[in-house]
Structures are given as structure tokens and as C-alpha cells.
Ligand binder design. Structure first.
Ligand code: SAH
Length: 211
């Protein structure tokens, strides 16, 4: 159920769907996704599907996690990354081996506490989880070399763009249910550029987000 073969099958599916970055595929093979869902759902952890994590939230589909990670990394070695929407902590755990340091923020305290326990269990010491409203980003540790948002705002949150280092990227879903797209935002000297990646389906980013 959580065997090597099941994980290998997932990695093969990710390849078939177009994930190319070998470092990302290797991390997807290694991170134990079954530890990020309820025991009752553990047998489905290596299916390429989103699963409920309680409080009306979901752990993202592995393909989307891989795709967003790949888009965030590009060809670079990133130093400090911010994630908005820790949820189960799975996306955070995938990022941790690939960058130097990950800050991650979540507004639902019990979800964050559970994610913290998972990071400790897996000895992921370069993850810094914070309980706060991610729409505000985390200005005290900015600028970031990358930002990944795993809940969807209606538009591009200006505060988050301002916390990117010039040249750095933010990967985020934008829009309401049924009409969401994954977008890559690159901070430029004058403002930012956007590129649409593909249609997605995330839970909404809640709180007072200024776009
Ligand atoms: N990356 C997660 C996906 C979780 S779903 C995973 O791999 O499991 C999105 C998460 O974003 C939810 O846990 C939700 O509570 C959180 N969220 C929504 N709005 C938020 C906000 N304004 N600030 C911080 N977290 C938020």
C-alpha cells in the first residue's frame, strides 16, 4: 500500500503528465505522502488525487504539487522560499529538500500543529511554520527567492509580489471555483509579468487580501 512499487507508479504517472525535473521526481518518490493524510486514507496516499485533510481543506494532487514545485524552481537553486497555506504540510515537505529554507504560513492552528509534528517526525529542520494570515505574506523574512500559494485568491495579492526579490517567481492559483488558473508571476524592476500555466482547482485563499 505504501510500497516502493506504488510510489514508483506515481512517479511514472507524473512523468507521463509532463513533469520533467529529475530532482522534483526524486523528492516525490521519497516524501512519505501517507504520513500527511488520515490513517483511514493512507491506502490512497499514492494515488494521483487530492484528498480531504479536515476543516474543508485538501492535500493537493501530487501532479499539481510536482508541477508547482518545478515551475517555482526553474533552473535555479533557491535560497529562501515562502509557502502560503501549509495545510497538511505535504507541499512544504516536498520543497524542503530542494531549497535552503522554507517559511510556511497557515491560518487554521490545528492543521498547522499537525503539520509541525510531521516535520519534526521527518526531521525537516529547514521548515519554519507560522500561524498567520498568508494574504499578508511574512514581511519580516522577505524578500523571498520564491513564493508558492496553495489556496486561490481572486487576483494577484500585491503584498505578496512586494515580498519577492526582483527576478523571483511566485506560483499561485487565481480565480473562483470552476474558473481557476495556475499562474506564474515574475517580479521585474518596474512591476511584474504573468504567465498562465494551466487550469486548476484549489480551495479559496481566505482573509483580507489586497489585489
Ligand atoms: N499545501 C497544502 C494545501 C492545503 S489547502 C497541502 O499540500 O496539503 C490550502 C490551505 O490554505 C488550507 O489549509 C487553508 O486553511 C489555507 N489558507 C487559506 N487561506 C489562507 C490564508 N489567508 N492564510 C494562510 N493560510 C490560508
Amino acid at each position: 500500500m505504501t510500497s516502493e512499487r506504488t510510489r514508483e507508479r506515481l512517479v511514472q504517472q507524473l512523468r507521463n503528465e509532463g513533469v520533467r525535473n529529475e530532482r522534483v521526481l526524486q523528492v516525490m518518490r521519497q516524501v512519505p505522502r501517507h504520513l500527511f493524510v488520515d490513517e483511514a486514507l493512507a491506502s490512497r496516499a499514492y494515488e494521483n488525487t487530492a484528498l480531504p485533510i479536515g476543516r474543508s481543506q485538501t492535500i493537493s494532487q501530487p501532479y499539481i504539487v510536482a508541477r508547482m514545485t518545478e515551475a517555482l524552481l526553474g533552473d535555479e537553486q533557491l535560497d529562501t522560499v515562502l509557502e502560503v497555506g501549509t495545510g497538511s504540510g505535504y507541499q512544504t515537505a516536498v520543497l524542503a529538500p530542494l531549497v535552503r529554507r522554507v517559511y510556511t504560513v497557515e491560518r487554521i492552528a490545528p492543521l498547522l500543529d499537525q503539520a509541525r509534528r510531521r516535520f519534526r517526525l521527518l526531521k525537516l529542520r529547514n521548515i519554519h511554520p507560522k500561524h498567520s494570515d498568508g494574504g499578508l505574506g511574512l514581511p519580516e523574512f522577505s524578500p523571498y527567492d520564491g513564493i508558492i500559494v496553495t489556496a486561490a485568491p481572486e487576483g494577484i495579492p500585491r503584498t505578496l509580489v512586494e515580498q519577492l526579490r526582483p527576478g523571483a517567481r511566485m506560483i499561485l492559483p487565481i480565480g473562483g471555483a470552476g474558473a481557476q488558473a495556475l499562474v506564474k508571476v515574475t517580479r521585474t524592476a518596474k512591476g511584474y509579468e504573468t504567465e498562465m500555466l494551466e487550469p486548476v482547482n484549489f480551495v479559496p485563499l481566505l482573509g483580507g487580501v489586497e489585489t
